[in-house]
Design a protein around this ligand. Structure first.
Ligand SMILES: [Zn+2]
Length: 135
């Protein structure tokens, strides 16, 4: 990861970067408090009403993961920086929007798993029935 510059942070605040770049910057922000301070300073210049970093995160809803990413997260299919970022987003930032989204996905995946089990059972039964008829 190259050093993150002021213009990168500006673009980040504008959400003008590709999702992968947004995520990469967020990972850096997480590990570099100094960078987060810079981001806060830029944002403060833009909007004098904002005081805490937490407030900035919430106001900007800093690039919430997509539903697809949350789904992969649930399945444990994300690489470490991404899944760590989502952990951070959910528990440290406490994004209610994503928490609700994740809860919804969890329910869906559960339902899907149940449907698959039922389908497998039906398939097995019909195959067994078919074999029996052949005899
Ligand atoms: Zn979120």
């Amino acid at each position: 990861m190259p050093r993150i510059t002021q213009p990168d942070l500006q673009a980040y605040l504008d959400e003008a970067l590709a999702p992968a770049e947004m995520a990469a910057i967020e990972v850096e922000l997480r590990s570099q408090p100094e960078l987060l301070k810079q981001l806060a300073a830029i944002n403060a210049r833009r909007d004098a009403g904002v005081h805490s970093v937490g407030e900035i995160w919430r106001r900007q809803r800093l690039s919430c993961p997509t539903r697809e990413q949350l789904g992969s997260y649930l399945l444990g299919a994300l690489d470490q920086p991404h899944s760590e970022y989502i952990d951070f987003h959910l528990s440290k930032i406490g994004c209610r929007y994503c928490q609700a989204n994740l809860e919804d996905l969890r329910r869906q995946q559960q339902e899907k798993a149940e449907t698959t089990t039922t389908r497998r059972r039906k398939y097995f039964q019909s195959t067994a029935g078919h074999l029996r008829k052949k005899r």
